[in-house]
Design a protein around this ligand. Sequence first.
Ligand code: BG6
Length: 521
Amino acid sequence: MFIKHILLTVLFVYYTTTTRIGGVAGKSVSDLDDLKYSGAADEANTFILLGITGDLSRKKLMPTLFTLYKEELLPKGIQIVGFGHSKTTVPDLRKQVDPYVHLKDERERQLYDEFWKIVQYFSGDSTKSADYKQVVDALAKIESGKPVANRLIYFALPPNLFADTARALKETVESKTGWTRMVIEKPFGKDSESSDVLSKVLSSLFREDQIYRIDHYLGKEMVQNLLALRFGNRLLEPQWNNRHVANIEVLFKEPFGTQGRGDYFEQYGIIRDVVQNHLLQVLALVTMERPESSDADKIRNEKLYLLQHMKTLVVDDVVLGQYVRNPNGVGEANTSYTDDPKVPKNSTAATYSLVVLHVDNDRWRGVPMFIRSGKATDESRVEIRVQYKPVDEDLFGGQSRPDQTVIRIQPNEAVYQRLNIKRPGMGNDLIQTELDLTYATRFYTAELPDAYEVLLLDVFAGRQTNFVRTDELAEAWRVFTPALHQIDQQKQAPVKYVFGSQSFKEADDLEIKYGLKRDNY
Ligand code: BG6
């Protein structure tokens, strides 16, 4: 009887403290129906993948398209038209994609065979309208007899081809009877000027509602969760302002180096790679005002307003680092950034940065915001850390430590609240502990969706919330361009840090100068 009682109690606690999420990729079936683009039965839908032979397509886009196909989340009858420079064939393309697709069982193997039957390939130069002749013919066949033809065109191309490709497409591939949407991958320029040139070309050819600038961080579960956490609860929002918050840190660490991308890093460096885009977008969602509604443009208006109030970054608020080999490291960890043959030995490109940003509005004036990002560090971790001010009157002889709200974006998604409590037992000492919402233990069946899956569904459905609008992008470059130009011109040697470091003193010191109380993390 006693044992039965204990068992029932354990089961009760288990079921009331964990939540099941069924269905695909962590969404319930009804959610998926809402997310999916169904369209009318007699519509033709084509996914035109420019640069299908490249790395991004092979490793990410084709496997993602297969996942969506397998889960029946793509529009019915969808066709994929690939376009690339090299003269290859669909079976050869498939061989390139195979290593990145994991087939669980016989059913998936059959579906994978079926999937490749909807793929066609044509070669040519994406910037020449004449080279799209075969694509246009293929589209005519696919769309024959359908009154509406929708075309999603994905630019998995080097950025120097974007403008000319957009011009060539306008003349040839834009649909006359349905929507045409263009998905563009970063980098969107290197500074304000180059980004504006590209934006002007795109805007002269296509409307804003046709342009989808993808920032895959906006498709991550915990980034999408920010709106719910902030505006779906009463708890956090009244505290998130300069009366209560001491500082905010967006932290990004990766345990690997530039992995052969030295030539790209020489041109872009870590600030242009992840800070000016992914991490700034995250910070904007953490700090923007409440949007009037969840409408895409209302949300993007608030991000824009926030960025407009962000002060231009100054170089005194920047610390840069470059990794050097760890003599005890294995493989890449035993190499320096400058060991990449495409990198000059005296390179000043940064693989690590700490920048301090300031928002000059009533809510955030006086609250430093840190974005710390590093390759070749000790671990993989992306987090938002909101550190609160100390209590006004400390009853506990200085024992209370700053509270913190931490939202871990990856890996091991979590939200936790660091709080001071009385040490359990006799006495009144304080200790700091956590209210912990770790997704893996709470949502035990959840398989969180991949960012690209979420974002591709958004493009089909015409949801632009998670894509960067032209004016937002211009503001993001306005914040970073002067400091980046100064850094590019001065070519000062970045601080050298050893591959696998948690951090380094110069970066820590700047945060401490701005009042961050460092805990052990
Ligand atoms: C890319 C950067 O945009 O984002 C890479 O070019 C970086 O350098 C990557 O590694 C990080 O994305 P994720 O989703 O792996 O955190």
